[in-house]
Ligand binder design. Structure first.
Ligand code: GRF
Length: 193
């Protein structure tokens, strides 16, 4: 694992559900020589299963009901400031953050998306790739801007779509590489000029 060039970066992760990408990020952050400390997890869904990974790893976590975008974003911004967050990672976070939030936070925000961007922004990426008879699909980590799934791509990995694949099998294959590339993308983001 890479050398840590300085103080570890404070990371917040936003999730909405299962949290398997959060789990992979926690696993990486627990390596002695990782470049990050995950210090805050926020879910827009207080019942998100992923919140359990945060509490079992003794990471501060908050389930903030999404009553309105503005109230969710204002509460989150306060926490991001309080925990001195350097980078926000979206991991299966199914809400769209406003341009105002992105501007006010003012630090990098990364997202994981289950397609080879710029292909298939938005939802139902796997069924769209299968329907179009694509030979490959994959996952992308990109910077978040106010344009949905359109920020600079940091890292991508592709998987072959077999004739026998369906949405379920493709989702499974891609999730596996998601877990692999999110930590790698963070390392790349923090270490490449
Ligand atoms: C992942 O496939 C992610 O790319 C997508 O939603 C899924 C979330 O999975 N946006 P998990 O909550 O990280 O397990």
């Amino acid at each position: 694992m890479e050398k840590c060039p300085g103080k570890k970066k404070n990371i917040a992760v936003f999730i909405s559900g299962r949290g398997s990408n959060l789990k992979s990020l926690i696993k990486y952050s627990n390596h002695k020589r990782s470049l990050i400390n995950i210090v805050l997890v926020i879910s827009n869904n207080p019942n998100a299963h992923g919140l359990k990974y945060a509490s079992s790893s003794k990471i501060k976590s908050y389930g903030i009901k999404f009553k309105s975008r503005i109230s969710f974003e204002n509460q989150s911004l306060k926490l991001l400031k309080k925990f001195n967050i350097d980078i926000l990672c979206l991991a299966g976070f199914m809400k769209i953050l406003s341009g105002n939030f992105i501007k006010k936070f003012s630090k990098p925000i990364l997202n994981i998306h289950p397609s080879l961007l710029p292909k298939y922004k938005g939802l139902n990426t796997h069924s769209r790739a299968i329907k179009n008879k694509d030979k490959y699909s994959g996952a992308s980590i990109h910077k978040v801007t106010k344009r949905l799934d359109s920020g600079k791509i940091i890292l991508q990995k592709k998987v072959k779509i077999l004739k026998t694949d369906n949405v379920k099998s493709l989702k499974k294959k891609i999730l596996k590489i998601e877990h692999e590339i999110y930590p790698k993308a963070i390392i790349k983001f923090l270490t490449s000029p």
